[in-house]
Design a protein around this ligand. Structure first.
Ligand SMILES: Nc1nc2c(ncn2[C@@H]2O[C@H](COP(=O)(O)OP(=O)(O)OP(=O)(O)O)[C@@H](O)[C@H]2O)c(=O)[nH]1
Ligand SMILES: [Mg+2]
Length: 245
């Protein structure tokens, strides 16, 4: 029997750890066994019980404190993830082998890990070798997507992760509960987006001529994957105790 994994990705603060903890509670309520693995070596707080925690292997603070390495927080994180990629046997031991396992991987927020560094792709390939069926879940904060040009930039980030990892991916807008009624209405159009009307939106909001031109050119791209990626965008509100504004 195969095992299943979700790689929970997205920019810093987009809600990855909250998503993992909410999914865990949701699945527990449905009587389904799901486990979470923390893959963020800089994580300070998360509210779910972990099956494995990368900080048992390596922590960003230790790397930054090392006088011979002298990394800052971002270089430190990249160093940790490369160290992790060279020590996948730690993950193998931590995961054990339970048939029908369903595991959520709470990933770090540095976007370069999904766009051009090889480590996440190496992780996907390793999980596939261990008979995991891997799916990507890419979170984007809906507050940064209300205007068309921000929405386009968000989906391009999601798209580049999808292309570089080569796995099925679901894109999720988070923190919908923080949007005003007007913004919620606005964002509805992205569930079935029309690139041409977005060109109009952007041109009204953007002041810089060059930025307008760039947004217009991107909107005008007849690039199948972008359209498909847009269609996959789903909006959910993780209302786990969050109050409606
Ligand atoms: N209102 C509201 N707040 C949310 C939601 N999802 C996450 N948050 C809050 O957003 C903040 C960041 O959430 P995290 O889950 O830590 O985000 P993250 O992507 O794991 O952050 P990093 O690991 O630092 O990259 C926390 O204060 C959460 O409580 C949501 O759907 N609604
Ligand atoms: Mg987190």
């Amino acid at each position: 029997m195969p095992r299943y994994a979700q790689l929970v990705m997205g920019p810093a603060g987009s809600g990855k750890s909250t998503y993992c903890s909410t999914m865990l509670q949701h699945c527990e309520a449905l009587g389904r066994a799901v486990q979470v693995v923390n893959l963020d070596p800089a994580a300070e707080f998360f509210s779910y019980p972990v099956m494995a925690d990368i900080r048992e292997l390596i922590e960003v603070d230790d790397v930054m404190e090392d006088d011979s390495l002298r990394f800052g927080p971002n270089g430190g994180l990249v160093f940790c993830m490369e160290y992790f990629a060279n020590n996948f046997n730690w993950l193998e031991e931590s995961l054990g082998h339970v048939e029908d396992d369903y595991i959520l991987f709470d990933c770090p927020g540095q976007i370069e890990l999904y766009t051009h560094l090889p480590v996440m792709k190496q992780l996907v390939e390793q999980l596939q070798q261990w008979e995991f069926r891997v799916c990507g879940v890419f979170l984007v904060d809906s507050q940064f997507m209300v205007e068309s040009f921000k929405f386009i930039s968000g989906i391009l980030a999601a798209l580049s992760a999808m292309i570089s990892l080569e796995i099925p991916q679901i894109n999720i807008m988070t923190k919908m509960d923080l949007l005003s009624k007007k913004a919620k209405k606005e964002i509805e159009k992205y569930l079935d987006p029309d690139m041409y009307s977005m060109i109009e939106d952007s041109t009204n909001i953007l002041k810089s001529k060059m930025f307008k031109k760039l947004t217009k050119s991107i909107c005008g791209l007849n690039f199948g994957l972008i359209a498909r990626n847009l269609e996959w965008g789903i909006a959910i509100s993780l209302q786990c105790g969050f109050k409606q504004p």
